[in-house]
Ligand binder design. Structure first.
Ligand code: GLU
Length: 444
């Protein structure tokens, strides 16, 4: 045996080829590797397959690591850069040449250049088989796989040899990667065997697909980690969502803490069928994670975004901010939405949703309703949500408050949705409420 593989300790790796953008399918593979390592108490290695020198720039590598850090995917040991191991890859190729598992041949490239490449010699008979932890028994006739190149005519090692040699050197026990690599795996198993190395266990993950069942790509919407981050998804939500895209704990639970995930994760339970990406579900999940943000932290975020509307912020007491934050926290789905959601509370210069105006204000009788409300609200003693609600409830005589609530909301905030109406009025204050009700009534 040239190599000895100590298979007692689980060692997994994430082996991306950096391109400057991190696709959710790739990062899901990282998540599964990470969880498997943490679950088994093994090691999670980051191997940067940076052999594509044009795309694997320092910037692309930085983007990759930033995405991992953002999601809390911490790696063990030093980062391994594939390009640093080229000498080693070529040494191993020499051994394959010496043992008759590889040979050199003259090839003419598509551009018409002739050069010597090194080919791996596939066995000519028999079946290549492996038990995939996700997909079950996989097999292919050796004769159906032609010999393949492992060194280019310029002397650089090709993915197949670099990937396998690094897996051997890093003593990787489980290879968890996308099922676009299944065909490669048949080849790689032959290389492991030719080198007398133990073949690792494989878990091939099904693709993430769009609603039509086609591979999920940037044409379907946000597809890269950075895009989700910029549009205001929380890392915990994206992590949890991607985990559930292809795995579940075996019961109804969907929101799981990191500790629960680590405790429950099991490769054998990874789904065989492709996972459909569902942005609505991710949005829902993001909202659930927003609810978990500590209140003080959420209040700070509300203030930060409000300060983008008016600076300096007007004086409001702590209770006012806490009350506003509490209203927002239970219904915010995307952090970045807060700013527009509070604009009307700080300035009269807020956008007006014309559709909401058509639907809720430009109707017979609304002018009179608003005028009447302004008069009644002027006499309310305690300006807070509960008595205001009581008042409107009284007007509606048990027939539903819709005919009052909807016009008021549009009149005071310009929007058809938002926080609860009476809470909104409490926050807005009497003066502003009356001013806007009267202004809306006049405009009708
Ligand atoms: N760099 C390859 C990729 O990103 C490696 C795959 C693997 O072996 O995990 O597809």
């Amino acid at each position: 045996m040239i190599y000895s593989n100590n298979m007692t300790d689980t060692r997994v790796r994430f082996a991306p080829s950096p391109t400057g953008k991190v696709h959710i399918g790739n990062i899901r593979a990282a998540i599964y590797n990470w969880l498997y390592a943490r679950h088994t108490g093994g090691k999670f290695i980051l191997r940067v397959e940076d052999t594509d020198l044009e795309r694997s720039t320092p910037e692309a590598i930085r983007v990759l690591m930033e995405a991992m850090e953002w999601l809390g995917l911490d790696w063990d040991e030093e980062v391994f850069y594939q390009t640093k191991n080229v000498k080693r890859h070529l040494e191993v190729v020499d051994r394959l040449l010496a043992s008759g598992h590889a040979y050199k041949v003259e090839k003419t490239s598509r551009e018409g250049k002739t050069g010597i490449v090194t080919m791996f010699k596939m066995p000519k008979e028999g079946v290549i088989e492996f038990d995939d932890i996700v997909k079950g028994r996989m097999s292919k006739k050796a004769e159906d796989i032609p010999d393949f190149a492992i060194v280019r005519s310029d002397g650089s090692p090709i993915f197949h040899i670099a990937n396998v040699v690094d897996d051997i050197d890093q003593r990787i026990t489980h290879i968890i990667r996308g099922d676009d690599h299944v065909e490669n795996t048949f080849k790689h198993i032959c290389i492991f065997k030719a080198l007398g190395a133990e073949v690792p266990k494989y878990a091939h993950l099904s693709m993430i697909v769009n609603q039509q069942g086609k591979p999920y790509s940037k044409r379907d919407g946000a597809a890269f980690v950075g895009e989700f981050r910029e549009s205001g998804y929380l890392p915990e939500a994206l992590f949890n969502y991607l985990l559930l895209l292809g795995w579940n704990p075996g019961d109804e639970r969907e929101i799981l803490s990191r500790d629960e995930m680590v405790g429950l994760f099991d490769l054998a339970k990874v789904h065989v069928t492709a996972a459909k990406f569902d942005i609505k579900k991710l949005l829902w999940m993001n909202g659930e994670y927003i609810k978990k943000i500590p209140q003080e932290k959420f209040v700070e975020e509300v203030k930060r975004q409000a300060a983008m509307v008016v600076s300096p912020l007007p004086k409001r007491d702590g209770d006012w901010w806490n009350y506003l934050a509490a209203q927002l926290q239970v219904r915010t789905k995307m952090m970045g939405d807060i700013k527009e959601g509070v604009r009307y509370l700080f300035t009269d210069d807020y956008p007006v949703d014309e559709k909401a105006v058509e639907k809720r204000l430009k109707k017979p009788g609304v002018k009179e309703i608003l005028e009447d409300l302004a008069a009644r609200f002027g006499k309310v003693e305690d300006w807070s949500a509960a008595p205001l609600e009581e008042l409107v409830k009284g007007l509606s005589q048990g027939n539903g408050m819709g005919p009052w609530v909807h016009p008021i909301r549009v009149a005071v905030s310009g929007r058809g949705e938002g926080i609860g109406l009476f809470e909104m009025l409490q926050l807005l204050g009497r003066e502003k409420t009356l001013e806007r009700l009267e202004r809306a009534a006049k405009s009708l």
